[in-house]
Design a protein. Structure first.
Lengths: 178, 247, 346
């Protein structure tokens, strides 16, 4: 079972990233739970959601220890790394996060998600680039097949662009290049 | 020799007190529904109060709502069965005190239902307590020294409350005299017609005597209506087919 | 079958449409407003009527009217608004009409707050309003179970001509999970008891049935006894040989299920009884548990014990009944295991 927190400013597509991850994982035959930040869990302007992805029944949709934190902004890194497991992974949007100090033993992956998506002419695709890094880092699914899943998801919504796939693959290669 | 013709819809003698206006109003409504051939498709919504006594004697389908909520029940019925003629029949305490919100909002939404509100200025069934429509100085069991408007407010005039709403029909009639009863029948017919034609909400308020709780004779009650009640509650048609009249 | 990924509230609303609900009247309140939002868009497209009522009082009485006319009708609310529905639910029960209600529980009395909780157990299981009636109350523990129980609630409401309740909570309502929907049902609203104008027949009156039912006391007693005998639903997980049996419903039951498997892995004999109907309470689930049973432990998201009382009644207090109250925070399964171990060490 993989436990993921996805956090960032409102408007950075944090909840959408969580939904895409959830939907594509579900289409890939996984069980999924998705919980939005709620009540006292909401901190400042940071929005977040929590996902669990598993090939068997998921009982507790809540968790204290995440395997992966997808951190779209500085505040997410600062306030949410305590919720990541000792040997967990933080995927950091390095365009937006200057101070990248994390606890010993944690794996940190820098993805210049905002920059690379902007260069590509798809500034709203930063969240998708972060997903690319997440899939590559966790090996939850083969990168190419998850990219197909993203295409199907946005095709079904009638608002796909080839740039989504491109952003996703760019994000994934940020991990390979580590 | 004159023949006593009672509408077939009145399946039993009514259960109201001697001199009560409800019996006349029941009869006029029954005549209208029969003349318009609506009895078979009519569904009435009553709530709580003397008005409810009619569900055993007035032969249409009935639903009895919680106190005050007849208009909301009627909305629910009409929305799922638009082919039926749906009406509310309530006293002033029921519709204008506890049920003021439901009464008003049915009009705000211009629900395609017809409301009959019988205004006798008092809570009848519970034994003569003050109502929102009680007149200043009126002695009731909860205003034994007379209604004090500085404490309880001025009589609530539902016609004035509804006049600015986009409804189809609005009138106030009375059973205070033979002439007024003839007019009342015309008002009821007009309100019913508006629903049948899909024009929307119609309300007929009806001034009615309650000699029992007013502690008056029948004659005294009718005089009181003419001399006092009508000063606060003028009769007439105020909105016809969605258009404001000069009344 | 295709799985959709949906929020509990949205799935609940879609399930009601699939169950051929044709009327919904409701009022916004967090955390159930998504039910209104979904239905305002999708119910009219399915041929039904959505009305945003001026209050919960109006909403429940609109449901009363639509139900009296034979149509499948529903309203939903949460805590403070659920209190306001009780008058109408009592009338609907008294008139013996089918209708479905939803309470997405939130925390606290009065205004309280929007956090997940299980504070409305009494009002959900004791009838809620005035007088002699009960409501068949279903407590889903997942988005899929929410969907399944909404369909069942409409059927049971018609079978017994009695209100049914979906007792959800902010967690189940706000979370998203994969879900499969049944095909849309067809229902005939022209029940023999429904008002639709007398149409040449006898006129009908829908009001408190005590006015028209002979031996009313006995009739009501038998009606609810039949429901109690036939409609208890529960899930029992490794309770047969358990030393401690957890009792929990809704979101807390999921955590308890996890606690059972954690504890069993450590050799601790923990079990779980999960009521699916909280009324009728699944008393039968407590029959014939093993001789090694030492205590029950209810796990509740509330400030005062509620479910605990029903376990005491169901078991005749022959075995101690403890409670763990987690307030508005969903506890971890480790916390629950610790509580159970502490009881064993007593």
């Amino acid at each position: 079972m993989l436990s993921v927190i996805c956090a960032g400013f409102g408007g950075q597509g944090v909840l959408t990233a969580g939904l895409v991850l959830a939907n594509v994982s579900m289409a890939g035959g996984q069980q999924v739970t998705w919980v939005p930040s709620y009540g006292s869990e909401m901190r400042g302007g940071t929005a977040s959601c929590r996902l669990r992805i598993s090939d068997s029944e998921i009982l507790n949709p809540f968790f204290d220890q995440a395997d992966v934190l997808i951190a779209m902004n500085q505040e997410s890194v600062d306030t949410m790394q305590d919720m990541v497991a000792k040997d967990g992974t933080i995927i950091v949007n390095s365009t937006m996060v200057d101070i990248r100090t994390v606890r010993d033993g944690m794996r940190m992956i820098d993805v210049p998600a905002t920059a690379l998506s902007s260069e590509m002419g798809n500034p709203r695709g930063a969240n998708i680039a972060m997903l690319g890094a997440t899939i590559a880092a966790t090996a939850l699914f083969p990168v190419e097949s998850f990219a197909d899943g993203i295409d199907s998801y946005f095709d079904a919504k009638g608002r796909n662009t080839p740039l989504n796939r491109a952003c996703f693959l760019d994000g994934a290669s940020a991990v390979k290049g580590e | 020799m004159t023949e006593k013709r009672i509408p077939k819809t009145l399946v039993e003698d009514n259960k109201f007190c001697p001199g009560c206006g409800h019996g006349i109003i029941n009869r006029v409504l029954a005549e209208v529904l029969e003349e318009m051939e609506l009895v078979d498709m009519a569904i009435g919504s009553v709530a709580v109060g003397c008005a409810c006594l009619m569900i055993d004697t007035f032969g249409t389908d009935w639903v009895q709502a919680a106190h005050g909520r007849a208009a909301a029940v009627a909305c629910g019925i009409k929305r799922v069965r638009p082919e039926n003629f749906v009406f509310t029949y309530q006293g002033d305490g029921d519709s204008l005190a506890i049920g003021f919100s439901e009464t008003m909002y049915a009009a705000v939404r211009n629900e395609n239902i017809t409301a009959f509100i019988v205004n006798n200025g008092i809570f009848g069934m519970t034994g003569g307590q003050m109502a929102p429509t009680s007149l200043p100085g009126q002695r009731t069991t909860t205003s034994p020294a007379g209604k004090d408007p500085s404490l309880a407010g001025q009589p609530l005039n539902i016609i004035n409350q509804m006049r600015q709403l986009p409804i189809a029909y609005l009138a106030r009639g009375s059973v205070g005299s033979f002439k007024e009863i003839i007019k009342l029948k015309k008002y009821i017919k007009a309100a019913v017609t508006n629903q049948i034609e899909g024009k929307g909400y119609g309300l007929v308020e009806i001034l009615s005597p309650c000699p029992t709780n007013w502690k008056m004779t029948m004659r005294g009650a009718l005089d009181h209506m003419g001399d006092n009640v009508k000063n606060f509650f003028p009769t007439g048609e105020f909105i016809k087919e969605g258009v404001h009249t000069d009344a | 079958m295709t799985r959709a990924f949906m929020k509990g509230n949205h799935a609940l609303a879609e399930a009601a449409i699939r169950a051929n609900m044709t009327f919904f009247g409701g009022y916004p309140i967090t955390p159930q407003s998504e039910i209104l939002e979904y239905l305002s868009d999708n119910l009219p497209k399915a041929g039904g009527t959505f009305l945003q009522a001026e209050s919960e009082l109006a909403g429940v009485n609109m449901v009363y009217g639509a139900a009296a006319a034979g149509h499948r009708a529903m309203t939903s609310s949460s805590g403070p608004g659920f209190s306001l529905l009780q008058e109408g639910i009592s009338y609907i029960a008294s008139a013996e009409l089918p209708a479905v209600f939803v309470d997405v529980q939130r925390y606290g009395s009065g205004l309280g707050d929007i956090f997940q909780a299980q504070s409305d157990y009494y009002v959900a299981t004791r009838g809620g309003g005035h007088g002699d009636y009960r409501v068949i109350a279903y407590a889903p523990a997942s988005v899929q179970e929410t969907v399944d129980l909404v369909g069942l609630a409409f059927d049971k409401a018609e079978q017994y001509r009695n209100p049914c309740l979906i007792l959800s909570d902010a967690s189940i309502a706000q979370m998203m999970e994969p879900v499969v929907f049944p095909e849309k049902r067809k229902c005939d609203p022209d029940h023999e008891w429904a008002v639709r104008g007398k149409r040449g027949g006898d006129f009908k009156k829908i009001t408190s049935t005590m006015y028209y039912t002979e031996n009313f006391d006995q009739y009501i007693h038998d009606k609810y006894a039949t429901i109690q005998a036939n409609e208890q639903r529960w899930e029992s997980i490794q309770a047969e040989d358990a030393e401690i049996v957890l009792v929990a419903y809704g979101i807390s039951s999921r955590i308890c299920k996890e606690a059972v498997s954690t504890a069993r892995a450590e050799g601790i004999r923990l079990g779980l009884i999960r009521p699916i109907t909280v009324w009728p309470f699944p008393e039968e689930a407590f029959d014939g548990l093993g001789k090694g049973l030492r205590a029950y432990l209810t796990v509740e998201l509330s400030a005062l014990p509620r479910l605990r009382d029903d376990v005491m009644l169901a078991t005749g207090m022959k075995t101690p009944v403890h409670h763990f109250l987690a307030g508005n925070t969903v506890p971890s399964s480790q916390t629950i295991v610790k509580q159970a171990v502490a009881l064993l060490e007593k």
